[in-house]
Design a binder for this molecule. Sequence first.
Ligand SMILES: *[C@@H]1O[C@H](CO)[C@@H](O)[C@H](O)[C@H]1NC(C)=O
Ligand SMILES: *[C@@H]1O[C@H](CO)[C@@H](O)[C@H](O)[C@H]1NC(C)=O
Ligand SMILES: *[C@@H]1O[C@H](CO)[C@@H](O)[C@H](O)[C@H]1NC(C)=O
Ligand SMILES: *[C@@H]1O[C@H](CO)[C@@H](O)[C@H](O)[C@H]1NC(C)=O
Ligand SMILES: *[C@@H]1O[C@H](CO)[C@@H](O)[C@H](O)[C@H]1NC(C)=O
Ligand SMILES: *[C@@H]1O[C@H](CO)[C@@H](O)[C@H](O)[C@H]1NC(C)=O
Ligand SMILES: *[C@@H]1O[C@H](CO)[C@@H](O)[C@H](O)[C@H]1NC(C)=O
Ligand SMILES: *[C@@H]1O[C@H](CO)[C@@H](O)[C@H](O)[C@H]1NC(C)=O
Ligand SMILES: *[C@@H]1O[C@H](CO)[C@@H](O)[C@H](O)[C@H]1NC(C)=O
Ligand SMILES: *[C@@H]1O[C@H](CO)[C@@H](O)[C@H](O)[C@H]1NC(C)=O
Ligand SMILES: *[C@@H]1O[C@H](CO)[C@@H](O)[C@H](O)[C@H]1NC(C)=O
Ligand SMILES: *[C@@H]1O[C@H](CO)[C@@H](O)[C@H](O)[C@H]1NC(C)=O
Length: 490
Amino acid sequence: MSFRLVFLFIPIAVLPICLSRLEEDASLNSTTDNNATDNCNLNNKCFHAPPELCPRADSPCRCHQLPNCSKAVVCCNVTSFQLVEGLACANVSDGNVTAVHVRNATLDTLNLSQPTWRRLKYMTITDGHIKSVTGEFTRLTSISYLNLSSNGISKFDDRSLGNLFDLRYLDVSHNNLTEVPRFKMEGAVTLDISYNPYILCSSVLDALKRAELFFSNGKQTYCSSSKTFHWFNTTEHLPLIQIIGLHELSKDCQKMNSNCLCVPSRVDLIPGKAPIFAIDVNCSNRKLKQMPTPLPPNTVSLNIANNNITSLAAVNNDISYVHLRELYADNNQITSVLPLEGSKFISNFVVLSLRNNKIDSLPTYMFSNAFDRNFFLRTVYLEKNHIHCDCNTAKNLKVWLLTKAKQIPDYKEIFCENINSPVMDLNPSTLCQSTSDWTDYVYYIITFQVLLLVGLIAKVFYDYWVFKTAGYLPWPASKMPKMPCDWLCE
Ligand SMILES: *[C@@H]1O[C@H](CO)[C@@H](O)[C@H](O)[C@H]1NC(C)=O
Ligand SMILES: *[C@@H]1O[C@H](CO)[C@@H](O)[C@H](O)[C@H]1NC(C)=O
Ligand SMILES: *[C@@H]1O[C@H](CO)[C@@H](O)[C@H](O)[C@H]1NC(C)=O
Ligand SMILES: *[C@@H]1O[C@H](CO)[C@@H](O)[C@H](O)[C@H]1NC(C)=O
Ligand SMILES: *[C@@H]1O[C@H](CO)[C@@H](O)[C@H](O)[C@H]1NC(C)=O
Ligand SMILES: *[C@@H]1O[C@H](CO)[C@@H](O)[C@H](O)[C@H]1NC(C)=O
Ligand SMILES: *[C@@H]1O[C@H](CO)[C@@H](O)[C@H](O)[C@H]1NC(C)=O
Ligand SMILES: *[C@@H]1O[C@H](CO)[C@@H](O)[C@H](O)[C@H]1NC(C)=O
Ligand SMILES: *[C@@H]1O[C@H](CO)[C@@H](O)[C@H](O)[C@H]1NC(C)=O
Ligand SMILES: *[C@@H]1O[C@H](CO)[C@@H](O)[C@H](O)[C@H]1NC(C)=O
Ligand SMILES: *[C@@H]1O[C@H](CO)[C@@H](O)[C@H](O)[C@H]1NC(C)=O
Ligand SMILES: *[C@@H]1O[C@H](CO)[C@@H](O)[C@H](O)[C@H]1NC(C)=O
């Protein structure tokens, strides 16, 4: 709320200043028109004087007003001291000069706080060597067109350009910047950041988020992506147009999933095809009861930690989950990993994080399949889940977990739901006691039955032998009633 208020107030506060300045411009233009010799051609572009207009080398003052425009001053080949001196002898701070071009300045520091700059509308310092930029333009500085190109500048402070409410054009090309300088977001600013070989794409993206920007020399603008890459193709430099594409994409993404935060994470460059941007979606802490659907196209990472989600079914059922490689679902109420079975995710995932959920069984075959089919390490986090433990858990799951220690690094923190113990501390000899007694008993019965059978067969043969040799049947066969099959024997 307060944020919005600030932005409402700024235009109101600035309005009178802008208006007064407009009047000033109008009066200047009219005098220009009236005076044929004061032929200033300064309108709405950066002031840029060619080297021929430099003061003569033997001139005592290193700066001078242009012959055909007393409002414009040019300085050449200056050191810090010569610059201060030159600006003074060219009457720059008296308020009549609105444009300055300093060529080939060799400065240890360029001090933006100096009052000299305050009345300028066009400020240009180019083709020099500036080791550092300090201070900030003071409030009510009226600079609209600022060209600081080709000075080897590597850094601006966050607040350096913060007071330039009228800024329309900022040229910081051909420097050594790693970040896009910050400036007020009033109005639309045209920005030239071409030929800054180390400028970071993440910083360009941030600048796009902060302000409405137009780019000059966009085709020559590249940014360095070294900090934004992961496991897609790596390219050192990305063209600006792709970063703008990314920005548009993440704007769309936020519209689609208004609750979640979408961050473009990497880009897949296939020559001859439109670049594919991979998206990280962050839906953590959103009080979700179900997984978010649909995800933006090419979502590779989804964070749904700290919600009340109970089922992972969407991973398998929703088509927008096909590109997912990383799923962070810690601190939810998920009861089972079985819905993942057969999904594209389980065959391709890199990270599956299910810490502190309600998972009560681990289908080892499913994970084994996934782990065996891998080119790179897959990781599953399962700590603070309480699974149902029995003899089988103690004997088999424990061993399985040990063999998967690399893929399930927190395996020691998986607990039993029915026994107060981590799975790894289960003792098979105590847990499997009763069951082994029972199986032993079964063996005794089987042995007994086999012996009985052998005895019976032996008795039949004995009876037969006695009958053949002695001619009578021993007990109990002699007492048994005749059976129909006895006819056969007789
Ligand atoms: C017109 O230019 C002449 C010199 O070229 C100068 O003396 C005069 O003050 C200028 N007039 C105005 C109104 O600026
Ligand atoms: C001075 O005059 C020349 C030609 O007469 C013109 O090319 C140049 O742009 C003028 N300088 C300014 C600052 O208007
Ligand atoms: C800024 O200065 C550089 C270096 O002199 C020049 O090449 C460039 O055209 C200027 N930018 C604008 C917008 O005039
Ligand atoms: C600035 O230096 C260049 C190169 O040495 C020279 O050509 C030019 O005349 C110098 N200009 C001034 C005003 O000293
Ligand atoms: C820049 O100025 C220095 C003196 O301050 C001079 O030696 C040098 O030649 C100038 N360079 C250019 C390109 O004008
Ligand atoms: C600067 O102003 C003084 C008077 O305040 C004047 O004598 C001098 O000629 C001016 N210098 C230039 C370069 O206009
Ligand atoms: C500034 O310009 C005004 C008129 O345009 C003139 O009266 C005044 O003397 C000038 N100041 C300087 C220091 O040249
Ligand atoms: C920059 O200029 C301001 C005002 O002239 C001064 O107060 C400040 O100390 C200067 N800063 C540096 C680093 O020279
Ligand atoms: C430009 O910046 C890079 C990295 O920030 C640094 O390695 C390099 O030395 C800098 N070059 C110049 C000329 O300052
Ligand atoms: C990116 O990877 C694809 C295959 O996935 C390959 O065809 C393409 O050449 C790679 N692009 C670059 C710029 O390395
Ligand atoms: C996700 O968003 C939460 C705030 O909702 C934030 O605390 C967290 O750092 C974000 N995580 C990532 C990986 O961006
Ligand atoms: C989950 O739901 C329960 C009750 O339904 C609630 O108390 C708890 O705060 C919720 N947790 C989260 C992270 O939203």
